[in-house]
Ligand binder design. Sequence first.
Ligand code: PEP
Ligand code: MG
Length: 358
Amino acid sequence: EAAEEALLEKLFAWAEPYRRLGVRANADTPLDAQRARAFGAQGIGLCRTEHMFFQEERLPWVRRLILAKTPEEEEEALEKLFAFQKDDFKAILRAMDGLPVTVRLMDPPLHEFLPPLAELEARAKEGDQEALALLERAKALHEVNPMLGFRGVRLLLLRPAIFRMQLKALLEAAQELKEEGLDPRPEVMVPLVADPKEVERARALAEELFQAYGPIPFGTMIETPRAALLAGEIAPLVDFFSFGTNDLTQMAFGLSRDDAGKFLPRYVEEGLFPFDPTERLDEKGVGRLLRLAAEEGRRANPRLKLGLCGEHGGEAGSVQAVAGLLDYTSASPFRILTARLAAAQAGLRALRAQPASS
Ligand code: PEP
Ligand code: MG
C-alpha cells in the first residue's frame, strides 16, 4: 500500500504542472474543509449555508424565522442563527486559512424547512395553539413546486434581514480570525439569480456591510438559463460567476433534479438522450449556455473570475470540457483528486495541440 501511495504521489507530482484549472471543494463543515484540503483543494468554491440550518437545535429557529409574524419574532430568531453562523464560518475559514472560501447565502427550497402542512393541520385540529398560529403563514408559503419557487436570491431580497445576518456573520468571523493573526479569505455569493436587477439589489445590501467591515469578493451563481443569457449585463456588477450546473441542467432540460431518476435511465437506454445529463455536462445545451455566459461575462468585465460548482464539477469529462474556459472547478471532497487529474490531462492536451513554435 505504501508503494501504491508513493506511485500516486509521483503521478500527481508529474501531472500537476500541466493543470491550469483551479480545483476547489464543495464543503459546508469544518471536517469536509479539512478533508478537501488534504486532497489538495485550493479553497472552497461552494459552501451551501442552508445545510448549516438542518441541525436539530437550529431547525426550530429557522422555522420561526421563516414563519415570523412580527419584527420581534424575526429579530429573536436572527440573533440565535447569527451566533451559530458566526461559529460555523470561523471554523471553516480557520480550516481553509489562506485560501478562498466562497460562502453562498441561503438557498433553501422552503419545503425543506417548513413543517408539512398535513402535520400542522392535524396538530391544530387537536387544539395545539402553536400549530394553529403557524398554520395560516405556512399555508401562505406552501408551494406546489418549491424548486422553482421562493428560493435563493428571491427569499434573500424579500427578507433582507436574512441576507444581512448571514453576511455580517461571515464578515465578523473573518475579522475575528484576522485579529488572531490568521489569513481568512471569504467571498460571498448569491444563488438563483435570473435578472441583473436582483444582483444590483443584492450588491447594494452587501455594500452597506462592506462599508463597516471592508469589502470582500462578491459574486453570483449562474444557474438559470436567463442569467446565462444576460451574463453581459450581470458581469459588471460582480467579481465572479459560479456556474451551478445542477439547476442549469434542470432548467435547460426541463428535468427535475429530484425526480428524473424515475425515468431517465430507461430514457437513456432507449437512446432518447445520448447520456444522463444530470451525471455529466451536456456540452451541446448547458455547455453552450455556459460558454456563452463565460465569454460575454468576460467581455463585459475582464477581471471577472469564473468557476463551476454543480455536481459536474467533479466529473472527469465535464472538468475537461471546461478546463480551457474557466478559472476553477469545485467538487465534493472525495472527487478532488479526480478533478485535479482530469484538469491536468486537459492542460497537457492543450499544450500538445499548440503549434511547436509557440
Ligand atoms: C447547482 O445548482 O448546480 C448548485 C451548485 O447549487 P445547488 O446544488 O445547491 O442548487
Ligand atoms: Mg443551485
